[in-house]
Each structure stands twice: as C-alpha cells, then as structure tokens.
Design a binder for this molecule. Structure first.
Ligand code: IDP
Ligand code: MG
Length: 149
C-alpha cells in the first residue's frame, strides 16, 4: 500500500493548527501509520531538503524547519502521495486554491504549513529519514471496508 511523509512545519505547530491539518487528511480515509513530534537537526534537515541545496532560499528553509517542533507523520492509503499534494495546495499560498490547506491558512511562501512527499520515490526516501521501518505500524480498521476497495 502506498505511503507518504507529511511534515507539519513549525508554523503549524505554533499556530495550533496540527489537529486541524491532521483531521483534514485523516478524514479522507488515509491512515496514520507513524507519528512523532521532534525538533529536526541540521543534518536531517539538509538530507530532507537536499534537492534544494543550490537554491537561494536553502539556508532560510533549513533555519525555518529546524526553528521549532515539527510533527512528522507517515500516512498510508491508495494514491496518498498525489491526493495529499492536491489538498496541500500550491507551494506559494498566494496561488493555492481556497479549500486547500495552504489556500485556507497560509500567506508566506516559506511558512507554508505543511510538507508532503512529491512522488512515491521521494516518499520512500523521506520516510527513511524520519522513521525506522519498525516504527511504522500496519494495521486494519473496521471502517476500511467503507473506504478501501
Ligand atoms: P513543496 O513544499 O510544495 O514541495 P518545494 O518547491 O519542494 O515546495 O520547496 C520546499 C519548501 O521550500 C517550500 O514548501 C517552501 O517552504 C520553501 N520554498 C520554496 N520556494 C521558495 C522560495 O522561492 N522562497 C522561500 N522559500 C521557498
Ligand atoms: Mg517539495
């Protein structure tokens, strides 16, 4: 079953939006299979955002993501990568549709609330940075029969 990594960034935690954002994703039917609150260290932040290493905003991005607690969540469900990217909205909240997380709650391009893996390959790579395989819990819910085909 497809898995993805979601990070609730430091702005979400500080603004008491963690519950709201988790709720939006959980209500779709995606299952939390791992969850932890942490302050990310520089090494992991660099590793997580390594595709952006040469971008002008890289240092600010790493400073921001390590500036306070984040919540890392592993979600599981069919097409969860694409669907979660869709409900997050565009990277720049100014361009994010109403109804999306960034459209509803964001203004700042850097403090845009949430990270979601952008492909199945990225998800596999990123999940390893935040979770040991043994920390991910695959389990059934009775409601699955109403959500999963
Ligand atoms: P994504 O989070 O929608 O996948 P990416 O392009 O992968 O967007 O960028 C990673 C993160 O870097 C963004 O979520 C945002 O916090 C930050 N970021 C992206 N572009 C800029 C920029 O032009 N200025 C400042 N921060 C940026
Ligand atoms: Mg990205």
């Amino acid at each position: 079953m497809e898995r993805t990594l979601v990070l609730l960034k430091p702005d979400s935690v500080q603004r008491n939006l963690s519950g709201e954002l988790i709720n939006r994703i959980e209500k779709i039917g995606f299952k939390i299979i791992g969850l932890k609150l942490m302050i990310l260290d520089q090494t992991k932040a660099n590793e997580h955002y390594k595709e952006h290493k040469l971008k002008p905003f890289f240092n600010d991005l790493v400073s921001f993501i390590t500036s306070g607690p984040i919540i890392a969540i592993a979600f599981q469900g069919p097409d969860c990568v694409k669907k979660i990217r869709n409900i997050m909205g565009s990277t720049n909240p100014s361009e994010a549709s109403p109804g999306s997380i960034r459209g509803d709650f964001g203004i700042s391009l850097s403090m845009n609330l949430i990270h979601g893996s952008d492909s199945v390959e990225s998800a596999k790579r990123e999940l390893k940075i935040f979770f040991e395989e043994s920390e991910l819990v695959d389990y059934n819910k009775n409601v699955d029969k109403w959500i999963l085909e």
